[in-house]
Design a protein around this ligand. Structure first.
Ligand SMILES: [Fe+2]
Length: 129
């Protein structure tokens, strides 16, 4: 199953109330809009920064959250653990498959948008390192 379809289903089973669901959905729409404004070459350059360890660091930090006692959160946990496994396989992982792509600081706006999405969705993350 594609990531976006899996996450759409996870979000649909969430116990978030309507207002919170709409707020998070607006954040997602804004994130996608911002990412899609960035030129394709820069987006390609960003792949190794995400897939070769970047997302793994973020996902491992998220997995340190103490409370997963909700069906959608357990599904999200499954997604994070699975994605770490897919990225980090030394032979066929996403990281090893895109490691040859050259990256540079032009990808910073993508990571800034990702940070803004995370902090917007979980404002208590702001200021933590
Ligand atoms: Fe990946």
């Amino acid at each position: 199953m594609n990531h976006d379809e899996f996450m759409r289903r996870v979000f649909a089973m969430s116990s978030l109330d309507k207002a919170e669901r709409e707020r998070v959905e607006r954040l997602g729409v804004a994130y996608l809009s911002e990412v899609r404004r960035i030129d394709p070459l820069t987006r390609v350059r960003s792949l190794p920064t995400y897939e070769d360890g970047g997302l793994e660091k973020v996902f491992r930090a998220v997995l340190r959250a103490p409370d997963w006692d909700e069906p959608s959160l357990r599904a999200f946990n499954h997604f994070l653990v699975g994605h770490i496994r897919l990225d980090s396989d030394p032979e066929a992982g996403h990281g090893s498959l895109c490691r040859h792509l050259a990256s540079d600081d032009s990808v910073l706006p993508l990571w800034s948008a990702f940070r803004d999405l995370l902090v917007g969705a979980a404002p208590r993350l702001a200021g933590r390192a």
